[in-house]
Design a protein around this ligand. Structure first.
Ligand SMILES: [Zn+2]
Length: 281
């Protein structure tokens, strides 16, 4: 009898040992290329069990997705291919390290002229376009992002019938400059409704020289979707928008020759391939 009660006394501890298996870290997708995003998920741990997660020493925002502690990372198009460390510190003091391999993306170059409305294909116009682009990118990267996930459902495409007309990642050579296409272009005739890909807060809604009429939506934790070359914007800065809400109408304002929607997705200020981002959810 004595032994039996002893075993019953031990049972919760034995059970705890089985349930409390070592947390496992997964990186999705397994192979990450330059310009692509990846998601980190921890199995067998709760959000409160994760004290800190960092990639290359840079702290990541950890949130709960699908009931697992998760984080999103964007790899710059020009990031040097190689093996990088992902580190985690658990509340128990335990540390976990995972190696993430970044592969090289095939470099594709295409010629591109400057539209007449931006000064035509002259050295002065090219220089001015590159300067404007740098200024506009700095302004967009300076937008703040709320420290919580405003989205809980998957992301949807920004147009009802998403047909890609120009992919992410190649470089357009304009004279001595090379401008990378860091977004996805969708077919959209002038006036097509452009929809919020998920719930978020509008951080930018105005016209710039290169991107034209632009709306930027902050989904939290540094995840931002940007809708460019619009003919009309229908939302204001600070507004909370629902997934699928009309943000504006497509057009060809700014550096665009014909109507289309240029979609850019940023994670922590890094523009990644929007189509790869969609595959994560
Ligand atoms: Zn584009």
């Amino acid at each position: 009898m004595k032994y039996i009660s002893f075993i019953f006394f031990l049972l919760p501890f034995i059970f705890f040992q089985v349930v409390h298996a070592a947390p496992a870290v997964s990186v999705i997708p397994e192979t990450v290329m330059q310009g692509e995003p990846f998601m980190v998920q921890i199995e067998g741990a709760a959000l409160l069990d994760v004290k800190k997660m960092s990639f290359e020493g840079k702290r990541l925002n950890v949130f709960s997705y699908g009931g697992k502690p998760s984080a999103l990372v964007g790899i710059d198009l020009n990031k040097k291919p190689g093996t990088y460390d992902l580190n985690m510190v658990l509340a128990s003091g335990e540390t976990l390290t995972k190696h993430v391999i970044i592969g090289a993306r095939e470099k594709v170059e295409a010629p591109l002229g400057i539209p007449a409305k931006l000064g035509g294909n002259t050295p002065a116009a090219r220089k001015s376009v590159v300067l404007s682009l740098a200024r506009e990118n700095a302004a967009l990267n300076g937008l703040r992002s709320i420290k919580k996930a405003l989205w809980s459902e998957k992301f949807d495409f920004p147009v009802a019938n998403p047909i890609v007309t120009d992919a992410y990642g190649y470089s357009r050579k304009t004279g001595e400059y090379s401008i990378a296409h860091k977004g996805t272009d969708f077919r959209a005739k002038e006036g097509t409704p452009v929809l919020a890909m998920n719930r978020g807060i509008v951080r930018f809604a105005r016209e710039t020289r290169i991107y034209g009429k632009t709306v930027a939506v902050d989904h939290g934790h540094g995840v931002m979707t940007l809708y460019m070359h619009l003919s009309k914007t229908k939302v204001n800065v600070g507004e909370l928008v629902a997934k699928g809400q009309e943000l504006g109408l497509s057009g060809k304002t700014g550096y665009a020759e014909a109507p289309h929607l240029h979609l850019s997705v940023k994670i922590g200020g890094v523009s990644i391939d929007p189509m790869k981002f969609m595959e994560l959810f």
